[in-house]
Design a protein around this ligand. Structure first.
Ligand code: M6R
Length: 608
């Protein structure tokens, strides 16, 4: 978590640093700060949002040609101005850090013994003092940084400036993302491309262990061994418009409404190629041909996408499939079958738990690794043998929406491909599935049109403290996703159960104050779901049912029904994800929470 930026230019860099931090705010938003070099090193820090820090920077007339900035998601040390970055050493060196330094205590003791005083509770401050220590002995900011980072264990992306060397700044990364933005007579670093796209599209993604020496007219990059290296520059295709709100009030709202487009874009290569291994990159056919089972690893919403895929993979491809929360898998004595396919799902491509689970799977001998990801060039796809990039576009709201539905498309494409390779998908069925995919954006648009009815429901959820979500089979993961969305952004406590599990305990919670949301389209388990709903009604529970026309539900006392679009078949979970997203969004609006930046959370979770 945390976002960092750095810049050196022949103009005032403060506007770039502030705007860059605003773009990175999704990564953490507890506190923010800048350090800028003009005649002297000046720093501004504030708890709260970047806008508050910006106000202070303006009031203090902060300006300079060289500077660094940070927006924080607290790990070590509370949310205080003293713990906000940049951290300063000896009044002349400033540093921003994203990540966690595991040996910070040992380094702190050592640096204290050398006479350094600590002003914060953060692990990051040790890096500032360590680099300053070597700068004093080495006399060169690049060498000092290279020497210091070799002594760190853990994860970091850093940027550091020193008053002693006003013509450069140094940046480095290990385990956290960092890129260099190449301008004309000015250069930048940032945690992701959204922060630099307003000034340049030409970017270099730094590799693990890289250290970049950034000057006005050049950027020299050194690998972990200290050797000078050439890293390929990419032209980013992220558009500024995709990072703006446009006519919407929140990014979550925008991203919910972008789903017909996001799904259509993600489907495009599948429609063009059919269910073909090359959708997953060169060499995929070889890796996918003899797969004996599938192990999916992910966190949060991405994990729920995996749970939907399990039904598809077992039913259509006829392969055993397990889905596991990445942070659990990585610490389990898992039995590896190297012929199994490991699928990691991650919107950001940098979730630490998922990355570590992938590394663990590889250490157990798994070579068939596939990443489903929304962020090109991010760490998880780069560590995988195959990749499918969803085409959702930048997802900025902390609550994942369009990433989820496009992950489902990727997983459906994988299912069809595995089934075809195994001789379980004839041309007629493939055509049928492709037609279902083709109609999906239209069905999703119909689901979006339910917003006014869902807004009326949100009124009824506004003063509730708890909610239950029920589903069965393919729609059980959608119930889980609905509960996660509601708790994440409205702070209403919500849980999801497979409807058949209700009578084994959770039914005890049901009374008139407990709204029970049921995902009940007409599928093979509908009659079972209806019985479970009776169990709720008999205990005075109020039902809120998402059902298609074929489910034959009508509003009655204590039963509210919204008719979802008829998209029967295996892709129905994609359509039913929309109303639960809208219910969470509309309820959060009524409760006045910060929809895009819910308390205590951040968009990409690069800590354990
Ligand atoms: O970037 P990832 O898909 O790896 O993120 C995984 C979870 O942190 C993420 O889905 C989280 O649960 C969302 N905030 C849920 O809306």
């Amino acid at each position: 978590m945390c976002g960092i930026v750095g810049a050196i230019a022949q103009r005032d860099v403060v506007p770039f640093l502030v705007n860059g931090l605003k773009r990175l705010e999704y990564r953490g938003y507890d506190s923010a700060g800048l350090a800028v070099l003009s005649d002297e090193l000046r720093r501004v820090r504030r708890t709260g949002r970047v806008a508050e820090m910006e106000g202070a920077a303006l009031a203090e007339g902060l300006h300079g040609f060289l500077g660094i900035g940070h927006t924080r998601w607290a790990t070590h040390g509370g949310v205080t101005e003293g713990n906000a970055h940049p951290h300063i050493s000896d009044g002349e060196l400033a540093l921003v850090h994203n990540g966690i330094i595991e040996n910070h205590e040992e380094q702190r003791d050592r640096l204290r013994a050398l006479g350094y005083a600590f002003e914060s509770q953060t692990d990051s401050e040790v890096i500032a003092h360590l680099i300053q220590h070597y700068l004093k002995t080495e006399g060169d900011l690049l060498h000092a940084t290279q020497k210091a980072v070799r002594e760190l264990t853990g994860a970091y992306a850093i940027a550091v400036v020193s008053q002693r060397e006003p013509g450069r700044f140094v940046a480095a990364r290990m385990g956290c993302p960092l890129l260099v933005g190449l301008g004309e007579g000015e250069n930048f670093v940032a945690s992701d491309v959204s922060a630099v796209v307003a000034v340049t599209r030409k970017v270099i993604f730094l590799e693990e262990g890289d250290v970049a020496d950034v000057h006005l007219d050049r950027v020299d990059i050194y690998d972990a061994s200290g050797a000078r290296v050439d890293r390929r520059a990419h032209m980013s295709d992220v558009s500024l418009a995709s990072l703006e709100l446009g006519p919407f009030n929140h990014f979550m709202q925008k991203e919910i409404h972008e789903q017909p487009r996001a799904i259509a874009d993600t489907i495009e290569p599948v429609i063009a190629e059919g269910f073909a291994p090359r959708l997953f990159g060169a060499g995929a056919e070889e890796l996918l041909r003899d797969v004996e089972g599938v192990q999916i690893l992910a966190c949060g919403t991405s994990y729920y996408a995996g749970l939907v895929a399990r039904y598809w993979i077992e039913e259509i491809a006829g392969l055993p499939c397990s889905v596991e929360i990445a942070s659990e898998y990585r610490y389990r004595a898992a039995h590896a079958n190297p012929n199994n396919l490991i699928v990691t799902i991650s919107q950001s491509g940098e979730t630490l738990d998922t990355m570590e689970a992938l590394k663990y799977a590889k250490s157990l001998g798994h070579g068939k690794t596939l990443s489903i990801c929304n962020v090109p060039e991010s760490a998880i796809p780069r560590a995988s043998a195959m990749v499918f990039y969803t085409r959702a576009g930048a997802e900025i709201g902390v609550a994942s929406t369009k990433a989820f539905t496009t992950q489902l498309i990727a997983l459906f494409a994988l299912t069809g491909t595995l089934a075809k390779l195994r001789g379980r998908l004839d041309a007629a069925r493939e055509h049928e599935f492709l037609e279902d995919l083709r109609h999906l954006p239209g069905s999703v648009q119909h689901a979006l049109n339910l917003e006014p009815q869902i807004t009326a429901w949100a009124e009824m959820f506004n003063h509730k403290h708890h909610a239950l979500f029920l589903g069965r089979g393919l729609h059980y993961p959608i119930a889980l996703e609905g509960a996660l969305k509601l708790k994440e952004i409205s702070y209403i406590h919500a849980e999801a159960y497979p409807a058949g599990e209700l009578k084994h305990g959770p039914l005890a919670l049901v009374d008139a104050d407990m709204p029970v949301v049921v995902i009940a389209p007409n599928d093979a388990l509908l009659e079972k779901v209806k019985s479970n709903m009776q169990e709720v009604r008999a205990r005075g529970g109020e039902l809120f049912v998402f059902a298609d026309a074929d489910s034959h539900f009508r509003d009655s006392e204590g039963v509210h029904v919204i008719r979802t679009p008829r998209h029967v078949g295996l892709l129905s979970p994609v359509v039913h994800a929309i109303p639960v997203q809208l219910l969470a969004y509309r309820t959060a609006l009524k409760r006045g929470t910060d929809v895009d930046k819910p308390r205590n959370l951040a968009k990409s979770v690069t800590v354990e």
